[in-house]
Structures are given as C-alpha cells and as structure tokens.
Design a binder for this molecule. Structure first.
Ligand code: AMP
Length: 375
C-alpha cells in the first residue's frame, strides 16, 4: 500500500484515485479550488501549489507525487523533488508545457510536425506568416489546452487581429493542417523502464475540445506502428515515468505531431472499460514501479464527452455495454462534466448502439462522424 499525492483535483485525479483504490493505495489531492471533484473520492489538502509550507506537509504525507494537470508550475514540481519522488520528472513536464520546446523535441526525435516558428512581436508574426503561409494557427506557447489561447489566421487581414488578441506573451505560429483525421497514442513507461501502449485512438474535436474517441482502429496498422515508435522514442528521451498522450494529425499518409500531454488523457478514458488495465491504473502502477497491466483492447469502444452539462443518463444506462461517468461537477459552458463509454464485440453493434444513443439524447451530430468511421 502506498499514498500517491496528486497536484490538481479534477476528473483525472478523481479517476486515478478510483483506479488505485482496489490495489489498496491511498491518495491525497492538493488543489486550491473550492470544491475540486477529486475531493469527493480522496482526501484534499486545500492549498495553492505555490504554498511551500503546504507542499512540505503534502510531501510528508505521501510516497510519490504526480499530476492531473500539465500546467502545474514546473518550478513547484522541481522544488518538490527535493522532498519526495515526483513522476513524470519536472523536465519532461516543463518541455510538454511549452509548445515550442515540445515541437523542438519532436523534430529532434525525427517526428514530423506542422511547420512552426516562435513569435514574440508583430514583425515576427508577419515574417512567420510569409514563411509558413496561410492558413496558419497562432497559439500561446504556454498554458493553452482544449483549443484555448489559439486563433486561426486565414488571410493577411487576420494577422493584426490575431496579434491584438494573443500578443504580449510568447507565441508560436503553426501551419494549419487540413488533416484527414486526428489520432492519439496513450503510452506508459514505468520506473523500471517497462513500456506499453494502448491501441491507436481516433479523436474528433468540436470547438477545440475533444468530443468523441474510437478504438481500436481498422486499417491503420502501419500508421499505428509509426505512432507507437514515436511515443516510445519520446518516453526514452524524456526518461518519462507514467502515462502520456501523443496527439497526431494524419495527413496524406503522414503523421504530424500536434502535442504531448504529460498525464493521463481524455482520449484514453475508453480504456477504463475497453481494456483489462486502464490508463489510470497503469499510471498508478508506473509511478510506484509496479509491473504494468494489459493494454490490449477488449472489443470496440467509443467515448462520448459531455461538455457543459450532462445529458439524460437513462438512454445510455439502458444500453448493454454502456458505462456512465459523472464527474460530480456543476455545469458550466465548455467544462468537461462527464463522459460515457460504449463497448461492443464488433463495429456494427457499436454503430447501432451509437445511433440509438445519439437519437435518444438529441446528439446525432456528435455521434455521426464516429458511425461513419465504423463503416
Ligand atoms: P490543441 O490545443 O493544440 O490540441 O488544439 C486543439 C484542436 O485544434 C486540435 O485537436 C485540432 O483539432 C485543432 N488544431 C490545432 N492545431 C492545429 C493545426 N496546426 N492545424 C489544424 N488544426 C489544428
């Protein structure tokens, strides 16, 4: 039995605690929010991540520290290593927090990316647009997630407007990729160096936020092997410990890395019911140096995200093979408040299930691209 400390008390911490409890582990969450949803299932240390006294107490009460949020200040993570083991290591966290360092890591590892350039002034932005071409996407280097802190530039008139909106902090301009689809690899590396990966997952976003994920994928064998080789290379280079997600665009048979999330990831929520050992359990095992669990898919799974507010649970609960997750959060526009995972033995049964759920919940638009992908 060990106690795992988690910086951040959102739904990811909640699902980590729920996965670790059967193994006999305890958790302690540190968060300064009034009612972080992980505190409904694990003890909470109500404190700011910059409060050194609170962090000393946090370190004293735990065996190992980890994160549910990639934007925990890297200096906090670094300082904490003087008091307790911290996984993933703070250098890996710092690299994944900065889109420029992250993309530089990708190119150094031989992984394709959209063309990119740093932007610190309006002149830089004009130069970068001339070099990369339009359309392009301007993003803050740090603190961006779920499409926050980014803006698409389609014509020269957008350049100044985008600068007005985002300028003043370090930025990165990326070529806009007219991708065929988006995929992610969820992988895990343990303290002993053991590496495992889940099947490649296909993802659909709406307004920059994940809407649905599907795994495993048929007809992606070669791409999957390449994506997994990339994930393994990154894990080794970063001496990474724990679960991470590598998000990629598929464009004309090419894989272009978008970003890496140094934590359990929304596109891996389907692994709770869709595999023998979920991303959450494997993260717990990895940071404790325990053997990793089986990551193979059991049948076919689709995860549907609930954003803003929960739909009615009944039509989902009525489906055999469907699983409902309510994060215990109050509704708010753009907020992830829950998800459902639908599992079936074959793609046709899964498509029929999605059709029924989409119709009953008035969410035909959310399920339609997944049904189309299931063929
Ligand atoms: P991000 O916060 O970088 O993961 O971006 C959120 C979503 O915006 C991605 O999953 C894509 O759907 C879209 N997006 C981000 N960057 C690009 C890009 N360079 N080209 C096309 N779409 C993008």
């Amino acid at each position: 039995m060990a106690t795992i400390g988690i910086l951040g008390g959102g739904q990811l911490a909640r699902m980590l605690a729920l996965a670790g409890a059967p193994l006999g582990h305890r958790f302690l969450v540190v968060d300064n929010a009034e009612d972080p949803c992980a505190a409904q299932v694990a003890p909470l240390l109500h404190a700011d991540w910059r409060d050194r006294d609170a962090l000393v107490e946090f370190a004293r009460r735990i065996d190992v520290a980890t994160f549910d949020f990639e934007n925990v200040p890297a200096e906090t993570a670094h300082w904490l290593t003087g008091h307790v083991a911290v996984f993933p290591n703070p250098e890996a966290l710092a690299t994944a927090q900065d889109r420029f360092l992250e993309k530089t890591l990708f190119t150094g590892a031989g992984i394709g990316t959209p063309a990119f350039a740093t932007v610190d002034s309006l002149d830089d932005l004009r130069d970068a647009c001339a070099r990369i071409g339009l359309p392009a996407v301007l993003k803050t280097r740090r603190l961006g997630y779920d499409g926050k802190g980014q803006c698409v530039l389609r014509e020269p008139a957008d350049i100044e407007r985008a600068w007005q909106r985002l300028g003043g902090v370090p930025l990165i301009l990326e070529a806009f990729v007219p991708f065929d689809c988006e995929v992610s690899v969820i992988a895990v590396r343990s303290r002993s160096g053991e590496f495992r990966h889940y099947p490649l997952t296909r993802n659909w976003h709406r307004d920059g936020i994940l809407s649905a994920s599907l795994a495993p994928l048929e007809g992606f064998v070669e791409l999957e092997q390449r994506a997994i080789a990339h994930a393994r290379e990154l894990a080794e280079r970063l001496d990474y410990v724990g679960v991470f997600a590598l998000e990629l665009f598929v464009h004309g048979g090419q894989l272009l890395a978008n970003e890496m999330a140094p934590r359990v990831h929304n596109s891996g929520h389907w692994t709770i019911e869709g595999t023998a050992c979920s991303q959450f359990e494997n993260h717990v095992r990895a940071v404790l140096g325990q053997p990793l669990g089986d990551t193979a898919a059991r049948g076919h799974s689709v995860m549907l995200n609930w954003i803003g507010e929960l739909p009615e649970a009944g039509p989902v609960l009525a489906e055999p093979g469907a699983h409902w997750h309510d994060y215990g959060k109050s509704p708010r526009a753009g907020r992830k408040v829950g998800h459902a995972t639908l599992c079936a033995d074959d793609p046709a049964t899964l498509a029929a299930m999605l059709e029924r759920v989409g119709r009953a919940l008035g969410r035909a638009e959310q399920v339609a691209p997944v049904i189309a992908a299931l063929g």
